[in-house]
Design a protein around this ligand. Structure first.
Ligand code: PAN
Ligand code: ZN
Length: 196
């Protein structure tokens, strides 16, 4: 492959280099939303696309960088905003950069021993995910997509199982005029530490 360049789109773009497109529907986030009753209600009325990822596939080896767009659609399950599954990198010593292109949201992050951080996304903001921290994108807008550009080392791999089993320590919930953080009752420190 030769060096290349491409436009960073704020909207739709026909000339991007992405060769992979995945859609994550509500059904693929089973057990992740706090309000299980509302989750099941919504699923009975269809299975909406919660987020999409467009990325360029690179060999999963050190030295390569994988990159693409994460697009989280607006919506809520009860008070909880649409969000990505979230994951640790399988190779814990790998970082990631997110650059917000469009929308309003946040990146919820959590270290292996249960420290947590929330960084807001708005156009132009960059978030650096330090090695060892799980990360989940959350769309805080009720109308607009949250579009971020991400870059990470291609050998990082993805550990979804840890988050699937206990979620993140904090929930990000809607409240009039903004959002609030709440403790996730499913989360336990023991569950966090056994995966460090
Ligand atoms: C991103 C994420 C993307 C979708 O490319 O994979 O935002 O989120 P989930 O992978 O949690 O479904 C990334 O962080 N890659 O490492
Ligand atoms: Zn990642």
């Amino acid at each position: 492959m030769r060096p290349f360049g491409f436009e960073m789109p704020a909207g739709e773009c026909q000339t991007d280099p992405y060769d992979s497109h995945i859609e994550r529907r509500l059904s693929s986030l089973s057990g992740q939303f706090f309000n299980q009753g509302e989750y099941e209600n919504l699923l009975r009325n269809g299975d909406p696309v919660v987020y999409e990822v467009r990325s360029m596939e690179r060999p999963e080896q050190e030295g390569e960088l994988s990159f693409g767009l994460s697009i989280v659609h607006p919506g809520r399950v009860g008070d909880e905003y649409y969000m990505t599954k979230g994951h640790f990198h399988q190779v814990r010593e790998t970082a990631e950069i997110y650059h917000c292109l469009r929308g309003i949201g946040a990146l919820l992050m959590e270290s292996g021993d249960g420290d947590w951080a929330l960084e807001e996304f708005r156009p132009g903001r960059v978030v650096y995910v330090v090695p060892g921290w799980a990360h989940r994108s959350i769309n805080l807008s009720e109308q607009e997509d949250l579009v971020t550009f991400f870059v990470y080392p291609s050998h990082a791999g993805h550990d979804y199982a840890t988050i699937e089993s206990r979620g993140f320590r904090k929930l990000v919930l809607h409240e009039a005029g903004g959002y609030k953080l709440a403790d996730n009752p499913r989360w336990s420190r023991a569950g966090a530490e056994c995966h460090v």
